[in-house]
Design a protein around this ligand. Structure first.
Ligand SMILES: [Zn+2]
Length: 347
């Protein structure tokens, strides 16, 4: 059994009795970042990077027990050494390095290699076992430099102004929204945020993170004044009454999924800008190379085809699923009870 294993609660370090981004309630959870599919409610103790702590409290409630750390700070639990390292995904996002008796594992969480101008950029961490996400682990996913994408966004905004239309740009409220806000050309016109984005920004600014301050759209009384404005809003807020007040407006989406023609078509009402906070194909391959890992475990996304590609190219790779199946077989062999396994395919 390795230093880390996959269980029905999530990635587990038995020796330290801690989980990383667990999917079910546990005593001690190390959290890579504040997105809902990584930081879930119900854990007794949360350990995370210091810039993730205010995000966790905003999302999960002020009463949660959080211990927070800087990047590279050493956390020792029963002889196991843990540390957080920049993942470049969103503010506070971290890869988690785990070391015991010279064996080193890294759990990437979500990451990207491009510097987005908001969060601390990704730093490679050398390890033996590299557990990587591969949300966009197909060669069709190749991002253009963000400067080019922001040139397009700025042009779209400017054109809307000439047509006397408000510009509404949708993206995730945590991560994408701050990246959009920070990188658009503010000399073009005023920028407002949907209240959900405004609350995230306020929390980050209060915590000392440098983000452009904006006004919440809720505080604007006369929407006629918004014709020159750009409004940054979460995707979930589309087609709700607040948007009707903004007519005439032009809508657009910023997401990695906009790289797929069918996604663009489904968003028939708006323009799509391909901008992702996840690593693209080249970045995934570069991150693996720089980790110098002897074993890669692919999770989240195109795991089977990505692991196959790595194996065909001389890198020993498995998937989270195959790790769970191996553990089940080991457990079956030891216990002689096929139902008595600690692992589950639902992990
Ligand atoms: Zn994420």
């Amino acid at each position: 059994m390795g230093l880390l294993q996959f269980t029905k609660q999530g990635i587990y370090c038995e020796r330290a009795d801690v989980y990383i981004d667990p999917v079910r309630s546990v005593n001690k959870a190390l959290i890579t970042h504040g997105h809902a599919d990584h930081a879930r409610s119900g854990h007794k103790h949360y350990l995370c990077h210091k810039d993730s702590a205010p995000i966790l409290k905003l999302r999960l409630g002020k009463k949660i027990q959080v211990e927070s750390y800087g990047y590279n700070d050493l956390i020792q639990i029963n002889g196991v050494r843990f540390s957080f390292h920049p993942a470049g995904h969103i503010v506070g996002s971290a890869q988690i390095r785990v070391e015991h008796k010279g064996e080193i594992w890294v759990v990437t969480g979500d990451y990207k290699l491009e510097n987005d101008g908001v969060c601390i950029p990704y730093e490679p961490v050398k390890c033996h076992h590299f557990i990587t996400e591969c949300t966009f682990g197909l060669p069709i996913y190749q991002w253009r430099p963000q400067e080019k994408v922001f040139d397009e966004i700025n042009r779209w905004w400017h054109q809307n102004q000439q047509l006397n239309q408000t510009s509404v740009l949708f993206g995730y409220s945590l991560g994408k929204a701050q990246r959009l806000l920070q990188n658009v050309d503010e000399s073009i016109g005023p920028i407002f945020t949907h209240n959900t984005v405004f609350k995230v920004n306020e929390t980050l600014i209060e915590h000392g993170i440098s983000i452009r301050s904006t006004k919440s759209i809720d505080r604007v009384k006369d929407t006629k004044n918004l014709r020159k404005a750009l409004i940054i809003a979460p995707q979930a807020s589309m087609d709700v009454p607040w948007m009707r007040k903004l007519q005439p407006c032009s809508v657009a989406f910023a997401s990695g999924w906009m790289g797929i023609r069918s996604s663009r078509r489904n968003r028939s009402a708006g323009r799509g800008f391909v901008l992702s906070d996840h690593a693209d194909w080249e970045e995934l391959n570069l991150a693996i190379k720089e980790s110098e890992a002897e074993h890669v475990i692919a999770m989240h996304g195109y795991t089977d085809s990505f692991a196959k590609w790595l194996n065909e190219n001389g890198i020993n790779a498995t998937t989270e699923k195959s790790m769970i199946e191996n553990q089940q077989q080991e457990s079956d062999g030891l216990s002689n009870h096929s139902h008595d396994t600690s692992a589950s395919k639902s992990a």
